[in-house]
Design a protein around this ligand. Structure first.
Ligand SMILES: [Fe+2]
Length: 390
């Protein structure tokens, strides 16, 4: 056998993709947890009023499953919400959790499916302090934004009551099934489509350009970059374009597969730090952070000869390394994103952001970044980001 370095891809969720695929959810539950298994359905609050949430509940009930609906997730998912979902699951003897929504609902449902298998509250498992309970309940994730990729990752991000975002990780967080139905993304407003789609683009960029990158993260990440670069502006401009929506949803899941093996880097360090300082959409924070850091990152690769992983990202996006920072800025503009942090950030200084970037929960993402930060460069990046709050 040839010697060398081999990369083993971890187990990932089974993936089902198709317009209208939600209709088959009862059979999926039967496969994952047994026919008629009691289910907790964690559904993003916004989806209950516009159809998909009710469609999910009635499809589950038609399959004979008693269903407890949890519809309190709006904005960042909280520890207390995870504990509440787990308590409901225990109370009804649930054998599966079905989570539908954006990353918030998916992450809450994922962690609750694990925590429900024990009596301890979620906090005890934060930052890898204790291994997650295993086996967990059956777990099906149905994304209705095309962004986080949480449906195929073994991580979750949950906020404490005082707003700190804590990472959870472990194989138990990898769902049994990711059900991708692009019809569910048609009602996503243009600005959310842009923010979540650009978050996915940055997942693919970071997973293929950081210290943890591998041939596996490149395989998925470059596929994601090609899909998102080609189709995201169309999905923003034409919300009913099912072909564009399908490409973006598949691209976001490919980007999720990339971060599942490759993790993230400086843009997510900054966006998690921003999220700790005040309420801001994760996708918006991430894309603004990536734009602020990109020229510096590309400069590092150009100085080293210009044939590194950013050149591959540029090529997958249809441009050259030298042109890539400008291409990325144009891409953001084509997605009609306003470069502005919420008004509450105007009172927060760049020093506070720099401090949060270096906090233990965020520093590993900075350390994963390929270009090493020299003296004053963290502070300079923080200043460039916070100038968007003026
Ligand atoms: Fe992200």
């Amino acid at each position: 056998m040839q010697s060398g370095v081999f990369f083993a891809a971890p187990r990932t969720a089974e993936i089902e993709f198709g317009a209208g695929r939600l209709a088959g959810i009862a059979e999926d539950v039967a496969r994952v947890a047994g026919a008629g298994a009691p289910v907790v359905a964690v559904v993003d609050a916004a989806l209950m009023s516009i159809g998909p949430g009710a469609d999910l509940a009635s499809a589950l009930e038609a399959g004979g499953s008693p269903v407890a609906l949890y519809v309190e997730i709006a904005g960042e998912p909280k520890e207390a919400q995870v504990d509440a979902i787990a308590e409901i699951a225990r109370a009804i003897g649930a054998r599966a959790v079905v989570a539908m929504g954006g990353g918030a609902a998916l992450d809450a449902g994922k962690l609750a499916a694990c925590v429900a298998a024990d009596e301890a509250p979620a906090r005890g498992y934060a930052l890898g302090a204790a291994p997650l309970p295993s086996p967990r309940l059956g777990l099906i994730c149905i994304p209705t934004t095309a962004g986080t990729g949480s449906e195929v990752t073994r991580t979750a991000v949950i906020s404490t009551e005082d707003g700190a975002k804590l990472w959870y990780w472990g194989e138990a967080l990898q769902p049994d099934l990711a059900l991708l139905d692009p019809l569910l993304t048609l009602s996503l407003p243009p600005h959310i489509t842009a923010w979540t789609g650009l978050d996915a683009y940055v997942h693919a960029l970071e997973a293929t350009t950081n210290h943890h990158r591998s041939p596996v993260s490149a395989l998925h990440g470059h596929a994601a970059l090609r899909l998102l670069a080609a189709h995201l502006p169309d999905a923003v401009a034409r919300p009913d374009d099912l072909a564009a929506r399908s490409a973006v949803l598949w691209g976001a899941t490919q980007a999720g597969l990339a971060i599942n093996v490759g993790s993230t880097a400086i843009a997510h360090c900054v966006s998690h730090a921003l999220g700790t300082l005040g309420p801001v959409h994760h996708g918006l924070a991430t894309v603004l952070a990536q734009e602020a850091a990109l020229a510096w990152q590309v400069e590092g690769e150009l100085n080293a000869g210009g044939e590194g992983p950013f050149a591959a990202v540029a090529a997958a996006s249809g441009t050259s390394l030298a042109e890539f920072p400008q291409w990325f800025s144009d891409f953001i503009s084509r997605c009609d994103v306003a470069r502005r942090l919420p008004p509450g950030f105007a009172a927060i200084g760049a020093e506070a952001l720099a401090r949060e970037m270096l906090a233990p929960a965020n520093a590993p993402m900075k350390e994963a970044t390929l270009r090493v930060f020299g003296p004053g460069e963290v502070e300079a990046l923080a200043a460039r980001v916070m100038a968007l709050a003026a």
